[in-house]
Design a protein around this ligand. Sequence first.
Ligand SMILES: Nc1ncnc2c1ncn2[C@@H]1O[C@H](COP(=O)(O)OP(=O)(O)O)[C@@H](O)[C@H]1O
Ligand SMILES: [Mg+2]
Length: 427
Amino acid sequence: MTGPAVLLLDAAGPESAALARAAAKRGHQVHAATAADGPAPAPEPAGQVVTDFARPDRAVEDITAYARHRGVGAVLTANEYLTGLAALVCAELGLPGNDPHLAHAARDKAAMASVLTAAGVRVPYTRLVHDDTELQDALADLGAGFPCVIKPVSSAGSAGVTVVTSAAQAAPAADTARMARGPYSGQGEAGILVQAYATGDEYSVESVTQDAHTTHLAVTRKQVTGGARRVETGHSLPVRLPPATETAVHREVDAAIHAVGIRHGASHTEVVIDPDGRCTVIEIAARLGAGHIGILLQHALGIDVFAALLDVALGRPAALTPTAHGHATVRFITAPHSGRLTSLTGFPKRGPGVPFVRWRAAIGGPVNAAGANADRLGCFVVTGPDAAEVEQRADTLLRQIRLQVDPTPAPDDRDQLSSASRSAIAP
Ligand SMILES: Nc1ncnc2c1ncn2[C@@H]1O[C@H](COP(=O)(O)OP(=O)(O)O)[C@@H](O)[C@H]1O
Ligand SMILES: [Mg+2]
């Protein structure tokens, strides 16, 4: 073994697995902090501390005691819900991490709107509401009227987010937002958000900050379903924006990163760019973009972002310069409607130009119409030197996929699916 041990907070999911592999490849022993009822870490860690992520004070104590005992020299998480805890643990252990006093603002979207507004970042006008009277008041106050967006304060993966186009849709959308509490949310989270709708195209900016210096690795174009529920169905990178627009976007993102206290680590900032090139920040997360954006960065730009994040967490210089100049895209497959998946044909296989495929819905099992990212059934990545050819190939492969969904699920299927997908931000 070389170097200190590495601790992952929640070591389940593809991004965590990639971090664990990067650490193991460098000879670090990998440990995990997990919830008693959480998913099992994969790959299997050298050891684990079981704690209650819903009680941050207790979790900090449990995790720091464990980390000190095992000589942990880096603490990371790919789980957005644990980025605040990671900041607290790093601060307690004296390891490179984000500002523990600001980290909540990269999770709680009410706090996010306040600190970003105070920092001069353009964000959608946002109201926190606790009851129907406040909801009606906020709808009237939005001025521009409809559409507007009703969303949970601290969920993720589009869960509970509704684009509302009339007053009649507001109450059910508010109920949907209230029900979409993320994991570990405890009792404290009462309100929901009503937000002005930002018109334009959606992008995200993938960045890594080290010693408060930020490198923007790529701008990513997002494909999102239209209508009331906005599920991410594709990511493509790197996108070349007009230089003036890119400068403006980077300026907003830099200010956002600073405002939410990101000093050492990844960030994923979602923006809408309007036809005049004006950029509105929809949200910022103190983690690597989910949805296999790490794989896209690897294949398009030759950046091993997982190794880089490990270096950042260890306080070592991170390699963030592109070594390739290609293009990569991921396409997600969603069900046309809820029901039981009866057949799947034409799903691409891994091969030249298709470095990654993932299918996670069982034939014969329940599927949901796309309401949140966790409802996505699978995905594939296409990469190559030319952006237009990569996009065209991905679209062709997507068109070849045939799904059959029987619209009459067994009564208990929906419960099964929603509990199975509760903690998943991305397939
Ligand atoms: N204010 C907004 N204006 C326009 N679209 C929005 C707005 N807020 C959310 N959306 C749409 O809903 C999606 C999910 O909302 P977001 O705030 O990113 O929630 P999550 O944290 O669950 O990803 C966004 O990707 C976007 O398509
Ligand atoms: Mg989002």
